[in-house]
Design a protein around this ligand. Structure first.
Ligand code: FE2
Length: 291
């Protein structure tokens, strides 16, 4: 069986961006890159040791037609939504939220003694699911299985599989893989990925490279998009490397994007704006119950 290794085909250093009510973050890719990362729409990396960079947060705002995946590495993010969920996303926790037909939520980083760090990934929904019932999944750090190798490597599995270990996030339309991989210096990592899927990695820290036609180093903070193939192989440089590996089945559908709302047609965007103005955007609303 042939299993051609995927090569890096594009590199994204990330762009400093002011988002929400004034949060300084680094945007790896977004609407300018459609459809390169299909089914993924956006990757933001937030984090700072200066609370002024993040305390303004992301006050109440709507989403429709997408899933937002928040992964906190350090610090705390308070959240609440119109489904009645509220709580804190702490270090190592994941919130995998399906906005479906419409949700209004807020995401507010809190001041702590240490730094704040994390990611938000937007995952597109297929047209048949864009007006589905919103759903929220909160996963604590203890819910995420970690594969530890004798070499010292650690792989946290949020979605998809590594070896025989499957992540707890299942049943997502685009069949995503979401891994947080830590390699010791010089160590290698490989994972099979289905042919035809979109695959990218984001280097959190350290340094390394990928097998394939572009063996140049991957710098911390860089996002690399892989071309076609059947598996992806990376290895760490002298500093070790921690990275996210993300894969998903592309949708190959038209994208109509207006801020936090991503649909298939402009008419659907106009509907969303009209419903927001009329107060009929959210179909399912439950009061927040304080934990
Ligand atoms: Fe949001």
């Amino acid at each position: 069986m042939t299993d051609p290794v995927r090569s890096i085909v594009r590199r994204f250093p990330g762009v400093p961006t002011l988002e929400g009510a004034g949060v300084r973050l680094r945007r790896s890719f977004s609407n300018n890159e459609v459809p390169l990362f299909d089914p993924f729409l956006l990757l933001d990396r937030f984090g700072s040791s200066d609370p002024d960079d993040y305390l303004a947060g992301f006050p109440w705002h709507p989403h429709r037609g997408i899933e937002t995946v928040t992964y906190v590495l350090d610090g705390r993010v308070e959240h609440g939504d119109t489904l009645g969920n509220s709580g804190v996303i702490g270090a190592g926790d994941v919130q995998w939220m399906n906005s479906g037909s419409g949700i209004i939520h807020q995401e507010m980083p809190q001041r702590t003694d240490g730094p704040l760090a994390g990611f938000q990934l937007w995952v597109n929904l297929p047209s048949r699911e864009k007006m589905s019932t919103p759903a929220y999944r909160g996963l604590g750090a203890a819910d995420l299985p970690t594969v530890r190798a004798d070499t010292g490597a650690e792989v946290r599995v949020v979605a998809g599989t590594h070896g025989s270990v499957e992540g707890p996030v299942r049943g997502i339309p685009v069949d995503p893989t979401y891994l947080d991989v830590r390699l010791t210096p010089g160590e290698a990592f490989a994972n099979p990925t289905p042919p035809g899927y979109t695959v990218f990695a984001h280097a959190i820290d350290g340094d390394g490279a990928a097998d394939g036609a572009d063996p140049r180093p991957i710098a911390a903070g860089e996002t690399v998009l892989f071309g076609p193939g059947g598996s992806v192989r990376l290895w760490a440089g002298a500093g070790g490397m921690r990275f996210l590996l993300v894969a998903g089945r592309p949708l190959h559908e038209p994208v109509a994007w207006y801020g936090p709302i991503v649909m298939n047609t402009r008419a659907q965007l106009a509907d969303a704006v009209r419903e927001l103005n009329a107060g009929s955007f959210v179909r399912e609303r439950r009061p927040i119950v304080e934990e």
